[in-house]
Ligand binder design. Structure first.
Ligand code: FAD
Length: 136
């Protein structure tokens, strides 16, 4: 059974290139072995991550991510069973986002990742991914 999970979280310290690189290095290696795909977005001090994979593998990964001291205030905002993956080719793509981005301001003026509903947040993310060049 395939599921998709999206969560938002707050970085514990600043998000530096070193922090991002170490997260992505682990994520790519681990996810490739465990059939997990997705995208990690970061902006200001927040992370928004979408993960897709088999339910068991994804639950094990989430337990580790929840324990990770590099972020806090982790909130799952979307959890759904899926037939197909949105990001089948990305062990963990990465994209920088800015909440001041004109597209977000224009289309989603009240956007706040911690209060937006899951469907809305997912829609914004897909919008953003279409306009940016995720690194995978
Ligand atoms: P260990 O490597 O044993 O680490 C234990 C703890 O040490 C971690 O919880 C963390 O708090 C800390 N730690 C580990 N490495 C560092 C470091 N380089 N610098 C500072 N502290 C560190 N992992 C994936 O496999 N796939 C993902 O998609 C994924 N996405 C993530 C997204 C975010 C926003 C964050 C913060 C982490 C993500 N991780 C991901 C990393 C994940 O949380 C675990 O650190 C990783 O899976 C290794 O798990 P472990 O139990 O072996 O932890």
């Amino acid at each position: 059974m395939l599921i998709r999970v999206m969560y938002v979280s707050q970085a514990s310290g600043g998000i530096t290139t070193t922090v991002t690189s170490s997260i992505l290095e682990t994520a790519k290696a681990h996810n490739a072995v465990n059939g997990i795909t997705g995208v990690l977005c970061q902006g200001q001090d927040i992370f928004i991550q979408v993960l897709e994979g088999e339910r068991k593998a994804l639950n094990r990964l989430l337990a580790r991510i929840f324990r990770d001291s590099r972020h806090k205030e982790i909130e799952i905002v979307l959890l759904q069973e899926i037939q197909d993956r949105m990001f089948p080719l990305w062990a963990m793509a990465h994209v920088n986002i800015s909440l001041d981005e004109p597209m977000i301001k224009l289309n989603h003026p009240e956007f706040d990742p911690f209060t937006a509903n899951g469907a809305q947040l997912y829609e914004i993310l897909v919008d953003l991914l279409q306009q940016s060049s995720p690194i995978n």
